[in-house]
Design a protein around this ligand. Structure first.
Ligand code: NA7
Length: 542
């Protein structure tokens, strides 16, 4: 029963992904007692759950790793330019072992509610195990992509074959051999699954609604000499990451697309194609704000699809139209388009041809008929950015619920805190740069920023901190002003809430880039002018 076990500590950390793990470490190093709560059976966050074949990070491993520990940087060696899920999960485990983080965590446990107590200036979190944890500080490291979303298609429960979800993939090996497999979802996840399962399955049917633009990943094993160099230069690499709009090491250009003559533009695009995916965004500075420049790159990529895919109708159906390239998360692939040249791989175009009607006992029924399947895989994304926090019954000052405060969209100051919810912090929160920049760089920044605020509070005898409404309004105005220039708002994606029925729509992420975000947060930390603080109460009531 709730209340049977009350644990008291200084900091509650919700989540054991990269954000939560660093939070546990940092606050423990500050001498605080920390209790972590994690729904998964171990550390790793999204990498604990996403075990589907081909799961891989689309950021380079040198970027997608912690920068706070020079020892860990030297002790850990990445094997590939873009690490696969097992290696990333092994890294998370390595860090957890090395820093003894597991002792702090309660695994297989979810926080179901969190309530602020005005009198004691403490958060009281209740878990699904019935435990109660009380602490002055609560850190929500719940992740932008952690609540899986099924497709809104009737009949999901009717299917009698194997139903698998990419976001909660089984731990035991899955065989596709000789099976008729269907995949719904062609975002980053679906693309990784399709290119892998297409080579293994008996028949693969891809039910595609919106085609994604995907660019060559150009992954490679990291040669020992490269690793030595990388390890030697980690400090300067981390410094470069902190000053980069994406929070990564790849240089970003400010060169406008049309500043080059046509032949040089073509040459730059060919070079970006050869170098691989994200170098496109590093080649030109205006692709996310100049529609014409964006369309030229989009058309270049469409022509590449046409070059690879042999069947003209399939090639045409795979070419994304009607939204700017990079306005959906650009996917990076290894032979995705080539997969459609395999005789056992079939594209079902659910945008311009057939429509999915329902899932049946035997498979998927479209307007053209029924596809009989042995296995159906959902790669249909997440209730992103706000979903995980909204899944917790969070009550702030004066009994206000987060789900009411955010009913028409998330509102925060700096993506880190929300007015009316004192001492509750988010890492990689909504209205920050999370989905558009390196999440590990952001997580480390956010935790360090929170730690500085806590130190400021303690030095001044403050028991509670929260942003003022004016500061929050100011931040949301800035976010909106930046968003109004960005082409990201022009596609229907999880970035704008379009993938979840009834969710508030709109681009409310900070699109000014990580480096500017860091500067905004640093500016606030000079005097915390956007905050109100409460003084320590004399004694806690018995
Ligand atoms: P995404 O990018 O949200 O993709 C989900 C996919 O699922 C997308 O292609 C959707 O098509 C498709 N979908 C969802 N519902 C349906 C129905 N009902 N019918 C057909 N197709 C459907 O999720 P991912 O997991 O791929 O990627 C999330 C992030 O993880 C990614 O951006 C990287 O940052 C890592 P739609 O576009 O809605 O037409």
């Amino acid at each position: 029963n709730a209340g049977d076990t009350i644990s008291k500590c200084d900091v509650i950390v919700v989540g054991a992904g990269f954000g939560g793990m660093y939070a546990v470490y940092k606050f423990r190093e500050m001498g605080k007692s920390v209790i972590g709560v994690e729904g998964g059976g171990d550390v790793g966050g999204v990498w604990y759950w996403n075990r589907y074949p081909g799961a891989r990070c689309d950021l380079m491993s040198v970027d997608y790793s912690y920068g706070f520990s020079p020892e860990i940087e030297q002790e850990w060696t990445w094997s590939e330019q873009f690490a696969a899920q097992p290696e990333i999960l092994a890294y998370a485990n390595f860090v957890a072992d090395r820093l003894k983080l597991r002792d702090h965590y309660r695994f297989n446990t979810r926080v179901v509610s969190a309530e602020w107590n005005e009198k004691t200036s403490k958060w009281r979190a209740t878990t699904d195990a019935g435990d109660v944890i009380e602490a002055p500080y609560c850190i929500m490291s719940t992740g932008p992509l952690s609540i899986p979303k099924d497709p809104d298609i009737p009949g999901i429960d009717a299917f009698k074959g194997e139903l698998l979800r990419a976001q909660i993939w089984p731990h035991e090996p899955v065989s596709f051999e000789g099976k008729r497999v269907g995949v719904i979802g062609t975002g980053s996840t679906g693309i990784q699954i399709i290119q892998e399962v297409g080579r293994q399955a008996g028949e693969l049917y891809v039910f595609q609604r919106t085609p994604s633009f995907t660019l060559p990943m150009r992954n490679r094993a990291l040669e020992p000499e490269y690793v030595v160099e990388m390890k030697r230069h980690y400090r300067s690499l981390r410094e470069a990451m902190r000053n980069n709009p994406t929070g990564g090491t790849r240089p970003v250009s400010s060169r406008p697309f049309f500043s080059l003559p046509p032949d040089q533009r073509k040459e730059a695009m060919e070079q970006a194609w050869i170098n691989g995916g994200h170098t496109f965004l590093g080649s030109f500075g205006d692709l996310m704000i100049n529609e014409e420049a964006n369309e030229q790159v989009a058309e270049f990529v469409r022509s590449k699809i046409g070059d690879v895919v042999e069947d003209p109708a399939t090639a045409e159906a795979l070419k994304p139209r009607g939204y700017p390239i990079f306005a959906r998360r650009p996917c990076l692939d290894t032979g995705y388009y080539e997969t459609y040249n395999l005789p056992n791989v079939h594209l079902v175009d659910c945008l311009n041809g057939e429509e999915i009607i329902e899932i049946t006992e035997k498979g998927v029924r479209t307007s053209a008929g029924e596809y009989e399947l042995d296995m159906l895989i959902f790669a249909t994304g997440y209730d992103a950015l706000t979903g995980a926090l909204m899944a917790i019954d969070v009550t702030g000052r004066d009994g206000v619920k987060i789900k009411d405060k955010w009913a028409s969209g998330s509102r925060t100051h700096l993506g880190l805190m929300t007015e009316g919810f004192p001492n509750m912090f988010m890492t990689c929160g909504p209205n920050g740069p999370a989905a558009l920049a390196n999440i590990i760089t952001i997580s480390e920044h956010d935790v360090d920023w929170i730690a500085d605020l806590m130190s400021h509070m303690e030095a001044n005898g403050y028991s509670a901190a929260e942003p003022t409404l004016a500061a929050e309004d100011g931040w949301m105005d800035l976010v909106a002003a930046l968003a109004s220039r960005s082409l990201v708002r022009k596609a229907k994606t999880w970035w704008v809430g379009a993938n979840v029925k009834g969710k508030p729509q709109g681009l409310t992420m900070y699109t000014g880039g990580f480096a500017n975000y860091r500067a905004e947060c640093a500016k606030e930390a000079i005097d915390y002018a956007g905050f109100r603080f409460d003084m320590e109460q004399v004694a806690e009531p018995a």
